[in-house]
Design a protein around this ligand. Structure first.
Ligand SMILES: [Zn+2]
Length: 498
């Protein structure tokens, strides 16, 4: 069997029969632990990896050589960006509550969907393609609710399920729902508001949807529960959520211990922090995936550790807000499982690993805390384990063929050292050459099957521009867009001529 050039791999399809993918570096998850193989190969049949090692002696229908590349497990993204990220607008434009990120009371009274159904469907499809470009093979989508009339809809998640099936991305789907929110009163003070009936009705729809999609698309799609951030949830909503999740054996993702608005609201309504409140309700469990834990206290973390909660760590979005997990090494030492998430644009898991590594070393005041391998394990093994999926996040016989291949001869990432360190310290997923999901080549060299990404990018920008134009409607005091999001430098043509 001669080596075929890997560009002959069929995009959007599973190669016929048993086939091998070879490269200079291959990650292997063996009974003795994770190992690096130089000049190795992975053998795939249908949706599964059947062998990993130096050279397979059995018959294969085709053998593709990736050359100077690293073959590893695809990333598991526990907080996967799934909209046209609006967080980025506020990075240099703070505070968020003055920039359309908290609804003023006069807007809340008639809050509307700022996107059409088609736009909501498109942005999920576009975001899924971006995840594939970044080597992400498993995704739990997250999107903002600020531009929504309330929660996410089943209709857009039906469309998301089709997109995942078409593009070949493994997803856990569940529309976000909530029984409450925080709004700004006329004085600009934050006030919690609730509509429990609405939230419970959304939960019932979300549960029906999760049950309906679970296991569809040949197992590519699973159900999950996604109550929005903890300060928007009432006790009844959380109790019913976990009751459904227990019954249906599905994960729950709930944002908590992540910010000031939450701390203030929880202190006022419950008198304790969110992790403490959920512990009192008996709802902390191994089922719970909790972004972002950046404001978690020692007491909160002890509760996470005692109950097997997984923290979804999204270092990029946290660092941009001037915060970080305190710390990755500290939580690991307590026995808390830490998975990774992208959460913001760009949905770049490698950049997240790099920022996470640096933030951890700064937090620890140590140049040895948290290796590149520890972050690589968090972005692969830990995420899969959080989902109770021992067949994901690893390259091992019997595991799903969910694989990401990274260029190790990229001119921008040189010189190469150890491949994992080269990848993480190189700090960009742009070196992703191929993404394989369920034995199918879903991305090759920046292309996904059935989608013209240049055209889609233009469409995404136009849609985003329309949304930005509508920011004044839901921004406190309704200032014009130029005032909400001023340019980094004064625009020249706006200055009076002298
Ligand atoms: Zn998040």
């Amino acid at each position: 069997m001669t080596m075929a050039d890997w560009s002959a791999l069929p995009l959007g399809k599973r190669p016929a029969g048993r086939w091998a993918l070879a490269a200079r570096f291959v990650i292997a998850d063996l009974p003795q632990g994770r190992r690096l193989i130089e000049n190795g190969e992975v053998v795939i049949e249908n949706d599964r990896i059947i062998w990993v090692g130096h050279r397979f002696e059995g018959d294969v229908a085709a053998r593709y050589d990736m050359g100077e590349a690293l073959i590893g497990p695809g990333f598991v993204d526990l907080d996967a960006l799934s909209d046209l990220d609006t967080t980025v607008l506020a990075m240099d434009n703070q505070p968020g509550w003055k920039k359309g990120r908290v609804w003023p009371a006069d807007y809340a009274a008639h809050a509307c969907e700022m996107y059409t159904a088609e736009e909501l469907a498109f942005q999920k499809r576009y975001a899924f393609a971006q995840l594939l470009l970044n080597g992400i093979t498993s995704a739990l989508p997250i999107a903002s609710l600020f531009y929504r009339s309330w929660g996410e809809t089943v209709a857009e998640f039906e469309a998301a399920a089709s997109a995942a099936d078409d593009l070949g991305l493994r997803v856990w789907l569940g529309p976000a729902y909530r029984t409450g929110g925080v709004i700004l009163d006329e004085q600009g003070a934050m006030q919690p508001v609730f509509d429990e009936e609405r939230g419970l009705a959304e939960l019932a729809e979300a549960a029906a949807f999760a049950g309906r999609v679970h296991g569809t698309a040949s197992g590519l799609i699973s159900g999950m529960f996604a109550p929005d951030r903890v300060e928007t949830c009432t006790e009844a909503l959380l109790r019913k959520t976990f009751a459904h999740a227990d019954e249906m054996d599905m994960p729950v993702r709930l944002h908590m211990a992540q910010g000031e608005m939450e701390l203030q609201t929880l202190r006022r309504l419950q008198g304790v922090t969110a992790p403490h409140w959920l512990d009192n309700l008996g709802l902390l469990s191994t089922r719970l995936i909790a972004p972002h834990a950046t404001v978690a206290t020692e007491d909160d973390l002890a509760r996470y550790a005692a109950n097997g909660v997984t923290v979804a760590h999204c270092p990029l979005v946290s660092a941009r807000h001037g915060s970080s997990l305190k710390s990755f090494s500290g939580l690991s030492a307590k026995g808390i499982r830490i998975g990774m998430g992208t959460d913001t644009a760009p949905p770049d898991m490698v950049l997240n690993m790099a920022v996470g590594l640096m933030a951890n070393r700064i937090a620890e005041g140590s140049n040895t805390a948290g290796s590149a391998a520890e972050f690589y394990d968090a972005a692969t093994l830990a995420g899969a384990d959080a989902l109770n999926r021992a067949d994901l996040g690893r390259i091992a016989p019997g595991a799903k063929a969910d694989i990401a291949v990274f260029d190790m001869a990229d001119r921008m990432v040189a010189p190469r050292i150890d491949p994992i360190q080269t990848l993480v310290y190189g700090a960009t997923s742009r070196v992703t050459r191929a993404t394989i999901v369920d034995g199918r080549l879903s991305m090759r060299d920046g292309q996904v099957a059935g989608m013209d990404l240049n055209h889609a990018r233009d469409q995404a920008q136009a849609q985003f521009n329309r949304l930005v134009a509508r920011y004044p409607e839901r921004t406190f005091g309704h200032p014009p867009v130029e005032e909400i999001f001023p340019p980094s430098y004064p625009s020249l043509q706006s200055e009076p001529s002298s």
